[in-house]
Design a protein around this ligand. Structure first.
Ligand code: SER
Length: 590
């Protein structure tokens, strides 16, 4: 089975069971300053899991683009990927365990769908602890479907309880589905909990009925939800009996191109090939995202830079010296263009940015070499310290392999233990950033954050009044303390301009205009002139928030009900965010 077929089968199966198909959300979570990328299908749906009404209904199905970079250094093995697609079905306060498990079992075993032999499937359920009870209900449902006792395992929280990396938000016990690869058991205690490779997880049904707060306290949500996630790449790997995700057709085009360019074989150079195949795909999706992320030294831009620089380094290892990044990106753009239309739409941006970063990195390599020689002039012995090597890597982006190579040429040693220690510290830091502390479609749904959310609509309306309709929102970060709003504009704001924006926003606030919303098809919203979201929602029901005749935007909400409650808007900073993009930081005062 191929990826395209699995995607379609999954979505149409759930459609036939009353689910509405919704499109993937952006790869960057909206309005959430605490996390760099969407790491699970759940990210964009948090407000609805908490009880907001979703315009497409209570049963949804989707394929969500996800990025997880905390294991970036593992990429190169058979299974790790930094980008993946997550197939999901959702019950927002509708069905719960029984139907969810029945759907999963039918999809896995029915000859019309995945047709997996029943004896190949194993299941785990939550064993319970002092916070949440043992999930006998799920166990009994699997048994009622004919699953043998020997194919069912009760496992503790670390295996069978799901929450976002931050450890805060909607969560609950889950039941996971595993495929037996047929490899021999690694010992008498071998189970799906074991990572020896015998059992591979393909699907996870999470029963989200709890909310975990910042203090770690678990409480019941107002509704019982189901969030399921099936990793697309991993599932087609398993279904086809492949050894590795990189054997799937998804990577075939780029693999072939790399063999052609390098005159080397994938089989003999798996690690570099895999790193390039993975990182180029992730980078292409990040660059094509409408948020306009470009390589930089902070946040998502830094992750992108690392992915690209690592790609270039591994291309060099394959003796490919010229810039082929665009050639490789184009293969992915062709492959995915019918599913994710931002790829074609933003192709030019993707290709330009790739060339810019390639040229920049070439300069870095030259500068790094210069700095290396400067550093070694001051050495007291023939050892380059771990800190110096790390500084070259971290501050100047100079790869450690290059440092080792140059050290070798100059009869020096590198304190690799010291380097690894510094590197580990840095990694832990970036893991924390990656996990973030995601709390919802808004960073949180506190009254203060909701006010900033409505402010964002007024700010966009004001900017469009002043600079024209071609100004649009490039990104927005909200906390309960401030708003950070990015928009496209070709110049720095003068003092007068800032004052004019503040004054107009405050004028809008003082009109005490009610904020209302209606649900309608995406096409109708566009016809009515509603400003869009980053995502394409053709054929979907959306929410449109209207603020009198001031603003009309497609948006999930929530919002305040009247502009009058916002208080007084003040710009505290205006700066450049990236080329052609300005960033306003603002606050609301009583
Ligand atoms: N949220 C769960 C996961 O990411 C199921 O979608 O595995």
């Amino acid at each position: 089975m191929k990826a395209n077929e699995l995607r379609e089968k999954y979505l149409s199966f759930f459609e036939s069971h009353g689910h509405t198909r919704i499109s993937s959300s952006s790869i960057v979570p909206e309005n959430d300053p605490t996390v760099l990328f969407t790491t699970a299908g759940m990210h964009p749906l948090v407000p609805y899991l908490l009880g907001e009404h979703h315009p497409a209904g209570k049963r949804l199905t989707d394929v969500q683009k996800c990025i997880r970079t905390s294991d970036i250094d593992e990429v190169g093995d058979a299974s790790h990927l930094t980008f993946f697609e997550m197939l999901g079905n959702w019950s927002l306060g509708d069905y719960f365990k029984e139907e969810a498990i029945k759907f999963s079992y039918e999809f896995l075993t029915s000859p019309k769908y995945l047709n997996i032999p029943k004896d190949k499937l194993y299941f785990t359920v939550f064993a319970g602890d002092n916070e949440a009870p043992k999930d006998n209900e799920s166990y009994n449902i699997w048994r009622s479907l004919g699953v043998e006792e020997s194919h069912l395992f009760f496992l503790p929280k670390e295996n069978n309880f799901w929450i976002l990396g931050s450890g805060v938000g909607p969560c609950g016990p889950d039941t996971e589905m595993f495929y037996d690869t047929g490899k021999p058991a690694c010992g008498k205690d071998c189970s799906p909990a074991c990572d020896c490779g015998k059992y591979l997880e393909i699907w996870n049904d999470v029963f989200m009925e709890f909310y975990k707060d910042e203090n770690g306290k678990l409480s019941k949500l107002s509704q019982q939800n189901v969030d399921t996630g099936m990793g697309l790449e991993r599932t087609i790997t398993v279904l086809n009996g492949y050894e590795s995700v990189y054997d799937t057709e998804i990577f075939a085009g780029v693999k072939e191109k790399l063999e052609e360019l390098s005159h080397l074989k994938y089989e003999d150079n798996k690690k570099s090939f895999r790193i390039i195949m993975d990182h180029m795909r992730t980078s292409t999706f990040i660059l094509a995202d409408d948020h306009g992320i470009t390589p930089s030294n902070v946040g998502a831009g830094y992750v992108l830079r690392r992915l690209l620089r690592r790609t270039i380094r591994h291309l060099k290892k394959l003796n490919i010296e010229e810039n082929v990044l665009g050639t490789l990106a184009k293969i992915y753009i062709e492959e995915y263009q019918n599913i994710y239309d931002e790829l074609k739409r933003n192709e030019e941006i993707v290709l330009n940015e790739l060339t810019k970063e390639y040229n920049k990195f070439s300069r870095t390599l030259k500068d790094g070499e210069r700095l290396f020689y400067k550093t070694i002039k001051h050495l007291e012995n023939n050892i380059l310290s771990g800190n110096d090597a790390f500084k070259l890597f971290d501050t100047f982006g100079f790869p450690i392999e290059m440092t080792l190579e140059l050290a070798h040429e100059n009869n020096l040693e590198v304190d690799m233990d010291g380097f690894n220690e510094a590197f580990k510290l840095h990694q832990e830091k970036s893991r924390t950033i990656d996990a973030g502390s995601f709390k919802g479609g808004l960073a949180d749904t506190s009254e203060a954050s909701i006010k900033y959310h409505t402010l964002a609509h007024l700010l966009l309306a004001t900017l469009q009044e002043i600079y024209g309709k071609e100004v649009y929102q490039k990104g927005c970060n909200i906390t309960s303390e401030r708003i950070r709003f990015d928009f496209n504009l070709d110049h720095k704001l003068s003092e007068e301009e800032k004052m004019k924006i503040e004054a107009r926003v405050n004028e809008m606030i003082q009109t005490n205009t009610p904020v209302t919303f209606a649900e309608m098809p995406y096409e109708k919203a566009k016809e009515e002139g509603a400003h869009g979201t980053f995502e394409n929602k053709y054929g979907e029901m959306v929410k449109v928030y209207t603020i009198g005749n001031l603003s009309k935007e497609i948006c999930g909400g929530p919002h305040v009900t009247n502009t009058g409650v916002l208080g007084h808007f003040k710009i505290i900073k205006e700066e450049s965010s990236s080329a052609g993009v300005r960033r306003i930081k603002g606050i609301l005062e009583e």
